[in-house]
Write a protein that binds this ligand. Sequence first.
Ligand SMILES: [Zn+2]
Length: 223
Amino acid sequence: MDKTEIEVLGDNHIATSIETPLRADAFQRTDSEKMEHIQHYFSKIMEELGLDLTDESLSGTPYRFAKMYVKELFYGLDPKNRPKVSTFPNTYGYKRMLVEQDITIDSSCEHHFLPIVGKAHIGYIPNDRVVGLSKINRLVDYYSHRPQVQERLCLQILKDLQETLETEDVIVVVHAKHLCVSSRGIKDKESATTTVEYGGAFTDESRRSEFFDLLKNGSDLNR
Ligand SMILES: [Zn+2]
């Protein structure tokens, strides 16, 4: 790709697949090896910008940056970090919709490596298995902590929940602000992006309306 094509693709936030594009050797190096390399390369970037790395305030930045990338912002790249989500038999026979809303989204855009911040709202209709509520938050957190595209994030959460809960009847809404839109490029501070993905019973419009009504009631009650 030439530089113009690269900029056009980035600003349109086009993703190439549902799976995060990872190399086959993505996890051959240990986390500490990765941190060592990233620390080295990031110090080169800082030097190139003309920064004085012998300054006390800056000298630890390459290390902090490397640790933040591997252990915090992008811990969700490594499948071994996926939270263990145990499910329980739906012994009480709850067969109605369950909605969990306002789950924090702390992600990063894969085109600019800038934050994507917002909320996820999730609904599902239990089949034979149910899940501890906080596990939904943990799954959202895991998929958020990768270089992402919002559409893919929404799909990855949906797919995992469908498999975990053994039902297609799941809906995922992500509403988020992208710092690459607010802090650079068009510099629009107010706009936000909403994505929605669903399967099973939620392909029925009345089910989706029920979900959005419950969301609205939930946020009214929270006020
Ligand atoms: Zn971006």
